[in-house]
Design a protein around this ligand. Structure first.
Ligand code: SF4
Length: 329
């Protein structure tokens, strides 16, 4: 099976959607890790809808927060097909948009059930185990959970780095997702909202179950150190994003605090935030850099030469309040 055949791109659903809205031109968005499948997807759709023009957006597509509305409008596209995510709760695309989750077909049912049974065995609390996952696995995971009878497991939905699942009423939260970010973000959120980690991680690609406690404690120490580092910061840079990563209310709240404290600030906007972007603006001219767009970026830039923090961390620093960690805002 080739790499792309591991994913269900739901060609028939795409064709049905494009037929229904009578689209002549469409913008296709797909996360970077799946972009090599774009030629196959385009070929398959065009083998049915010969006259349609499909353009691939290579703007960032890290989440459905970044539905490329402006790219599509500039192109004159009538619709967007966004693959890899479900609709973002904080952003409604302006153009008709079809979300295709890109289900991972290589998921090993037996392995996931076996790992969930292991979690059940270690579980003695009365409250249920809660499960969150990503769009790629959501349907399959809901099905697998129903097969586990040894303890109570609740499916709590898609867990995002900026919108983890609500851990209230859960004894443990299990995040089933590839990579580390979703699980670390959930654990940070659990610390922020309940004061403890109580998170376990299942990676469906490697078939492993791991406890993020040690890693999260390390991450948290770094985050708290950064917050403390900017207590006295005078010059603040706030970087806003586009689409669902545009967060005007959160930024207005920060600005109000900065003004009240007599601090200097500059707000910028960027679609893709990177080290180069910080270097270009002259990061050394600022004492604190707040990433309003996506908390993942601040965590990723933990080793940058200037403190790069999330909105929640900026609020802690401006209030000089370390009594409770705030994540993500
Ligand atoms: S974590 Fe970042 S990329 Fe993911 S949905 Fe949230 S803002 Fe978007």
């Amino acid at each position: 099976m080739s790499y792309c055949q591991n994913y269900d791109f739901e060609i028939n659903t795409i064709v049905k959607f494009l037929r229904e809205i009578k689209a002549k031109k469409v913008l296709l968005q797909i996360p970077e890790g799946l972009q090599l499948c774009a030629p196959d997807i385009i070929r398959s759709v065009k083998s049915i809808l010969e006259d349609i023009e499909i353009v691939l957006s290579q703007n960032p597509s890290f989440g459905s927060c970044l539905v490329d509305d402006w790219g599509a409008q500039e192109l004159g596209a009538e619709a967007i097909v966004h693959i890899g995510h479900v609709e973002y709760r904080y952003y409604k695309p302006k153009l008709p948009t079809l979300f295709i989750r890109g289900a991972y077909q290589g998921i090993d049912r037996d392995n996931i059930i076996e790992l969930l049974l292991q979690v059940c065995k270690q579980h003695s609390a009365k409250a249920p185990i809660c499960v969150g996952t990503t769009a790629q696995h959501m349907v399959e995971i809901q099905r697998f959970i129903k097969e586990v009878k040894d303890c109570e497991i609740l499916y709590k939905g898609v867990a995002l780095g900026c919108a983890p699942i609500n851990p209230n009423e859960c004894s443990t939260v299990v995040i089933i997702a590839g990579g580390r970010f979703h699980c670390i973000a959930q654990a940070l959120y659990n610390i922020a909202s309940r004061g403890f980690v109580n998170t376990l991680c299942i990676d469906p690609y490697t078939g492993s179950l791991w406890n993020p406690e040690k890693d999260v404690r390390k991450v948290l120490n770094v985050r708290l150190w950064k917050v403390r580092e900017v207590f006295e910061a005078h010059k603040w840079l706030i970087i806003d994003g586009f689409y669902g990563q545009h967060r005007p209310h959160l930024i207005a709240n920060l600005i109000e605090k900065l003004r009240r404290l007599g601090k200097e600030y500059l707000v910028t906007k960027a679609l893709r935030i990177s080290r180069d972007l910080l270097d270009n603006i002259g990061a050394e001219n600022f004492d604190a850099i707040v990433i309003a767009a996506c908390p993942h970026i601040a965590l990723d830039l933990a080793d940058y030469r200037k403190p790069v923090i999330t909105i929640g961390e900026a609020i802690m620093a401006l209030d000089q309040d370390m009594s409770r960690y705030i994540y993500p805002w």
